[in-house]
Ligand binder design. Structure first.
Ligand SMILES: [Zn+2]
Ligand SMILES: [Zn+2]
Ligand SMILES: [Zn+2]
Ligand SMILES: [Zn+2]
Length: 320
């Protein structure tokens, strides 16, 4: 969906009897642009005339054909300067020019080095909603800033935090929770304290990486506790850490501690949950969690060589 930004002067030339402002999230009819003008700062029904009084107002015309114009026919991505065109006027993005060996994929003519300045200028005039507007982002961006924003938009979907398979699911927090429960059978527990027992057969083996994931709900937020066994050098180590289902700046508002012990010994770790935007492997590789060496883990476990039993307790709190 593309919205064409019109200046105040242009907006005033339109017919105020047929043009109504609409909320951004209302769908506009692509076939009748004159009736589907959207105002970024307007809410509810208000006449164009009164809205146009607002000096900084942006009028946006929904027009899907502009999307098509700015979509590269080769890679289907939005085109950025320098936008290339062949002698017949077919456009494509500069990255794709070499991909098609300088031959226009439509008319087969040599592309040469002709820029399509008209299209580049049109792109500059566009004001677009964030790609995640249906997920709640209400921000609008000039065409060339949109991609940068979207890579950091706090409404962008999260990847599945489950460490098991290379799961490709993405979604908002509530969708992630249902997904973790339904597809990965992850337990959800309420409360800010926890007590877990991890049992691992054959603790001396370094063959495979194992893990468990548990979800916690407290302070109106969700956290996932990872417990992973992986080889570090020639020895298996055990690591526990907490991730936050949300962005990093929210995650920093919480703290947690983990305690593991047994057989007269005890080890504690205090940390800050990491956002699930950070991959669990990245957290693991930065050792940002409770790490227990195998020999110590075996002491905690009571010296048993055949089976490792670790009791991990923990607490999550909100920093003031
Ligand atoms: Zn392309
Ligand atoms: Zn061509
Ligand atoms: Zn956004
Ligand atoms: Zn998943």
């Amino acid at each position: 969906m593309t919205y064409l930004k019109l200046g105040k002067k242009q907006a005033n030339t339109g017919s105020s009897s047929t043009i109504k402002s609409k909320k951004l999230d209302e769908s506009c009819s692509p076939s009748v642009p004159s009736e589907s003008i959207c105002a970024s700062e307007a809410s509810g029904e208000a006449s164009l005339e009164s809205n146009a009084m607002h000096a900084n107002m942006t009028i946006l015309v929904h027009n899907d054909s502009i999307d098509d114009l700015l979509e590269c026919p080769i890679c289907s991505n939005s085109m950025f300067p320098p936008i290339q065109q062949c002698p017949s006027g077919h456009t494509l993005c500069s990255a794709c020019k070499s991909r098609v060996n300088n031959k226009c994929p439509i008319c087969r003519k040599d592309i040469g080095n002709i820029r399509c300045l008209a299209l580049e200028k049109l792109a500059v005039s566009l004001c677009l909603p964030c790609a995640y507007h249906q997920l709640g982002c209400e921000q609008m961006f000039p065409y060339y800033s949109k991609v940068v924003h979207e890579s950091q938009c706090s409404y962008r979907p999260y990847s599945c935090p489950h460490p098991g398979q290379n799961c490709l699911f993405t979604g908002g927090i509530s969708a992630l929770l249902s997904h973790l429960r339904d597809c990965h059978e992850v337990d959800l527990q309420n409360g800010c304290t926890f007590n877990h027992r991890y049992v691992k057969q054959d603790p001396c083996s370094v063959d495979n990486v194992t893990w468990t994931l548990t979800l916690f709900s407290c302070f109106g937020q969700y956290f996932c506790l990872h417990f992973e066994a992986f080889p570090l050098g020639s020895q298996p180590v055990y690591m526990a850490f907490l991730r936050f289902l949300g962005d990093e700046d929210e995650a920093r508002k919480f703290g947690y501690c983990l305690e593991v012990g047994g057989n007269g010994r005890k080890m504690t770790y205090q940390g800050v949950p990491r956002s699930i935007r950070t991959h669990h492997m990245t957290v693991r590789d930065s050792y940002d969690g409770l790490i227990v060496q195998r020999s110590l883990a075996l002491y905690f476990s009571g010296g048993e060589q055949k089976e490792l039993k670790l009791r991990v307790t923990g607490r999550i709190w909100k920093e003031i």
